[in-house]
Design a binder for this molecule. Structure first.
Ligand code: FAD
Length: 216
């Protein structure tokens, strides 16, 4: 609740988190935006959107196939899908600023969802009537490496893993997460790891020889 000032070199302004605001119409021209999109403009998928208090939130609320319930040929992954609710208890600072941790649909979970949905769509094109693959954020882990200095010997990076991304208080009653798979560390090794990953990702993105056999 106190006000401070801090010097900085770079900053990032983060806008309110919302979808792009697409409008949808059926074949008769009727506006079906509310049917397809949640109020925050993200596409509705196979999540349980029943409004409930924090105490009743469950890992099972989270989508698995990312298929829209009304239109079976519509899917939304990564940033685009509407989460059922926040991932941790809504809080506010002493001066009233809301602190609402939004679900982190960062690179790794987004890629896992994308791959899962791509496989389901492939199988549906081949005749499956329903999505064949699942990737719930309450069952997947994620890793993140944040650069905190780029020098090859004096640089550092913070390396974090979290499992599962969405806390599951039924499986892990204390914190909702498996603490043997949830940790963070800062140091030079993290920077080297980020450096190697950076070049590996760009190699894969350019589809150079052997890119398909490299691990994601
Ligand atoms: C500054 C910044 C730093 C980040 N750092 C990290 C990090 O270190 N690690 C990490 O894991 N995550 C990081 N993230 C988050 C990560 O980049 C995103 O969570 C992730 O890219 C989301 O993937 P996505 O596929 O859902 O969306 P996007 O990657 O945003 O992909 C959406 C794509 O859709 C395209 N598109 C939009 N509209 C249309 C349209 N009408 N028609 C066709 N195409 C369209 C866009 O051009 C874009 O390519 C960072 C994000 C930001 C902004």
């Amino acid at each position: 609740g106190e006000m401070h000032e801090i010097d900085y070199d770079f900053s990032m302004l983060i806008p309110p988190f919302a979808g792009v605001g697409l409008e949808a119409f059926d074949k008769d021209g009727k506006d079906i935006t509310d049917k397809l999109f949640a109020p925050n403009k993200f596409l509705k998928v196979d999540a349980d959107y029943t409004p409930r208090p924090f105490e009743e939130w469950s890992a099972a609320d989270w989508p698995k196939t990312y298929q829209n319930p009304s239109y079976k040929n519509l899917f939304a992954v990564g940033i685009a899908f509407a989460p059922p609710h926040l991932i941790s208890k809504p809080m506010s600072s002493p001066n009233g600023t809301p602190i609402n941790p939004t679900p982190p649909r960062t690179g790794m979970p987004s890629a896992a969802m994308g791959k899962t949905v791509a496989k389901s769509i492939r199988d549906m094109i081949d005749g499956a009537s329903e999505p064949t693959h699942e990737a719930s954020m309450s069952e997947m882990g994620a890793a993140c490496v944040v650069s905190t200095g780029s020098h090859i010997f004096k640089g550092s990076a913070a390396t974090m893993t979290v499992y599962p991304v969405v806390p599951d208080y039924d499986k892990y009653p204390e914190y909702g997460r498996d603490l043997s798979l949830t940790f963070g560390e800062i140091g030079l090794a993290g920077h080297w790891m980020k450096y190697i990953l950076h070049h590996a990702f760009i190699y894969q993105a350019k589809m150079k020889p052997g890119w398909t056999v490299m691990p994601d």
